[in-house]
Ligand binder design. Structure first.
Ligand code: ATP
Ligand code: MG
Length: 229
């Protein structure tokens, strides 16, 4: 389903070139839950940014069902974006909109009707377990609730894959467990998940495939991995 092919990213800075990713080759099958672990600076967020098109690779590409997402433009790029849900460490919620509006907004942008939106909002809020917080604003939510809202937002357009960059980075142990359990549940419902994380406990709890990145290179790929750095 997803294929990273010779993916290389070199940042040109005033201090010189920084190789963030170096010839990364990786395949992720439909329905997998894969964790990518690595020390700070290993290249995890760079991988996410290329996926979300915030950055272009210096070489290679990311193929989604054989289409190189790094080369898409216009309508085709918009269509691809709907297949990918993204969750960030710092939630990136709209602070002047309440829970419901944070979710409706995404659907309205792509032209979904009001009735269908109301149904889907209810459904995703039930999945993430914050259906009793519909009218709350982000500043009225706990960290765990904010992240669950961000996950609901990633889910609402029924993506084929969810990519989460340090989704438990701002959460305490209890909320991290809740969020990771939620990803597990969403994966069991059929969505492919790519989790980039520092969170050893989360990775060990999942007992799923673990890719280890070090200085932009893959140095490990274990089917039922534990977090070893
Ligand atoms: N915009 C940029 N310009 C120049 N160098 C960058 C840029 N973004 C990241 N880097 C460098 O690329 C390397 C990989 O960074 P990246 O953010 O992908 O790491 P990471 O694995 O996500 O780290 P962390 O766990 O701290 O979030 C680092 O050496 C970083 O300093
Ligand atoms: Mg990062």
């Amino acid at each position: 389903m997803i294929k990273f092919q010779n993916l290389t990213k070199i940042y040109n800075t005033q201090a010189g070139k920084i190789v963030a990713l170096s010839n990364v080759n990786l395949e992720i099958g439909k329905g997998e839950l894969v964790s990518v672990v690595g020390k700070s600076g290993a290249g995890k967020s760079t991988l996410v940014k290329i996926f979300t098109r915030e950055e272009k690779p210096s070489k290679g590409g990311i193929f989604f069902n054989d289409i190189n997402i790094c080369e898409l433009k216009g309508k085709k790029l918009q269509e691809m974006r709907r297949k990918i849900g993204v969750v960030h460490q710092d939630y990136k919620l709209l602070c002047d909109k309440n829970v419901e509006e944070n979710l409706c907004y995404i659907m309205q942008v792509v032209g979904v009707g009001d009735k269908a939106i109301a149904k889907d909002v209810k459904k995703v809020l039930e999945i993430v377990g914050i259906e009793n917080r519909v009218c709350h604003f982000p500043h009225e939510l706990s960290g765990g609730e904010k992240q669950r809202l961000a996950i609901a937002r990633a889910l609402i357009h029924r993506p084929e894959i969810i990519i989460a960059d340090e989704p438990t980075g701002n959460l305490d142990v209890y909320n991290s467990y809740e969020v990771i359990s939620l990803f597990k549940k969403i994966n069991e419902m059929g969505t492919t998940i790519l989790l980039l994380t520092h969170d050893k406990e989360a990775v060990d709890y999942l007992q799923k495939r673990v890719i280890t990145l070090d200085q932009g290179k893959i140095i490990g790929d274990d089917k039922k991995g534990r977090f070893i750095l």
